[in-house]
Design a protein around this ligand. Structure first.
Ligand SMILES: [Mg+2]
Length: 372
C-alpha cells in the first residue's frame, strides 16, 4: 500500500457578526482540509490549523513540502512519516505554520489508517472512554454585545443541557470583565463548571488581580492568563492564585509542552491536534503530562475535522478531562459533516463509531465553502 496523493483545500465562512477574543478579531472562519489518498482507494481526511491569514501558506507547505515526503510511502507507517515530515522541514519548521501543516497530514494519515483497518480511531489508539464530558465554549466579544447579552448567551447553553461553559475575558476594561464573569455565572447556574479564558492578554500581576476579583465565582479553570512564552510569569500566576490554570493552546510540540509543564506553568494541559503536531504528537504530549499527573483538555475551535480528531484523542487518554464545544455559528463545523456530536442529558458527547475519525462528510457542503 502506498500514498498516491496529498492535497489541501481552503474552506472559508465570513461571519455575519464579527467577534473577538482578548487578542484577535475574527471576521471569518477558515480551515485547511487535507486529503491523503492511498493506492487501495482509501481517502484520509485531516485539518491543519490556519489562523491569522496563514491558510494559503499552510496549503502551499502541504502540497510542496510535505506531499513529496509522503507520496510513495506506506501510509500505515505514521510514526516514520511524522519523523520524515518533521526532520525533512526542520530548518524552516519545528513550530508555527510548518507544524500546523504536519498536523493536518498526520490527522489525515490516522483517519486513513482507521479506514484501512476498519476501526474507529479512539479504539485504534486503545480507547479509554466511549463518551466525554463537554463544555459550551463562547462568550466572545462583539462590538454591540453587552454584559446582559453574554449572561443570556450562557443561560441559553444551560437550556441546551450544558453543565459547563467557558467565556472570554481580558478584552474589556477590568471592571466590565468582572461583571461579565458574574453575569455568565448567573446565566449558567451555581452548579455548572465555569471557565475563563484570557488568551495571553495579561501581565502576571494583572492576571493575579483578575483571578482574585472573580475568585468568589467558583472558577473551574483560568485559561492562558499570560503570554505563552512567559514561563516564569505563568508559574508566578499559578502559584499565587487558588484556581487551576489551563493552557497553553498556543504552545505546540512535545518540546514546547515539556518546557511549559516543567516550568510549573499549568495544572491542565491544552494542546490542539491541528497545530501541536497532530494525533501522533499530542499522544506524546499527553504521556508527558501524565508523568506530571496533569489532565489533558485539548483546545478545540477550528472546524469539524479538528473536532473529531480532538475528540478521538481525548477518548483514548486516561487523563482526559473535557471536550470543548465551540458554540459560535460556523458551518465549517456543522455543515461539512452530517454527524457532528450533540450533547446528551448528562452534558456528554458520544464517540462516533464509524471507521477512522468516523466523519460523514457532505462533499456538497465542502464545495460550497471551498475558496482555494
Ligand atoms: Mg483558549
Amino acid at each position: 500500500m502506498k500514498i498516491e496523493s496529498v492535497t489541501a483545500e481552503i474552506l472559508r465562512y465570513d461571519l455575519d457578526r464579527p467577534m473577538a477574543d482578548a487578542q484577535i478579531d475574527i471576521g471569518a472562519r477558515i480551515i485547511v482540509l487535507v486529503r491523503v489518498r492511498t493506492s487501495d482507494g482509501v481517502e484520509g481526511i485531516g485539518e491543519a490549523g490556519a489562523f491569522g491569514g496563514a491558510e494559503q501558506t499552510v496549503k502551499t507547505i502541504i502540497e510542496t513540502q510535505l506531499a513529496p515526503l509522503l507520496i510513495g510511502e506506506d501510509p500505515r507507517m505514521i510514526e516514520h512519516l511524522w519523523v520524515q515530515m518533521y526532520q525533512g522541514t526542520i530548518q524552516l519548521g519545528r513550530r508555527g505554520a510548518m507544524l500546523a501543516a504536519i498536523s493536518g497530514a498526520d490527522i489525515a494519515l490516522w483517519d486513513a489508517l482507521g479506514k484501512t483497518l476498519g476501526a474507529p480511531l479512539y479504539l485504534l489508539l486503545g480507547g479509554n472512554a466511549r463518551t466525554m464530558p463537554a463544555y459550551a465554549s463562547g462568550g466572545f466579544y462583539m462590538p454591540d454585545k453587552d454584559v446582559a447579552e453574554v449572561g443570556a448567551e450562557f443561560a441559553g447553553y444551560r437550556e441546551l443541557g450544558y453543565r459547563a461553559g467557558k467565556m472570554k475575558i481580558a478584552g474589556a476594561d477590568f471592571n466590565e470583565d468582572v461583571e461579565r464573569v458574574r453575569a455568565v455565572r448567573a446565566g449558567l447556574g451555581p452548579d455548572a463548571d465555569l471557565m475563563i479564558d484570557a488568551n495571553n492578554q495579561y501581565g502576571p500581576r494583572e492576571a493575579i488581580r483578575f483571578a482574585r476579583a472573580v475568585e468568589d465565582q467558583d472558577i473551574f479553570w483560568y485559561e492562558e492568563p499570560v503570554p505563552t512564552d512567559d514561563l516564569a510569569g505563568a508559574r508566578f500566576v499559578r502559584e499565587s492564585i487558588s484556581m487551576p490554570v489551563a493552557g497553553y493552546e498556543t504552545e505546540t510540540s512535545r518540546w514546547g509542552f515539556k518546557a511549559l509543564i516543567e516550568a510549573g506553568a499549568v495544572d491542565i494541559v491544552q494542546a490542539d491536534t491541528v497545530w501541536a503536531g497532530g494525533i501522533t504528537e499530542c499522544r506524546r504530549i499527553a504521556a508527558f503530562a501524565s508523568a506530571w499527573n496533569l489532565p489533558m483538555a485539548p483546545h478545540n475551535f477550528a472546524g469539524a475535522v479538528s473536532g473529531f480528531a480532538n475528540l478521538h484523542l481525548l477518548a483514548s487518554l486516561p487523563g482526559a478531562m473535557f471536550f470543548e464545544m465551540d458554540q459560535n455559528p460556523n458551518p465549517l463545523r456543522t455543515e461539512i459533516v452530517t454527524n457532528w456530536p450533540v450533547i446528551d442529558a448528562a452534558s456528554r458527547v458520544s464517540l462516533p463509531e464509524g471507521v477512522g475519525l468516523g466523519m460523514e462528510i457532505d462533499e456538497a457542503a465542502v464545495a460550497r465553502y471551498r475558496v482555494g
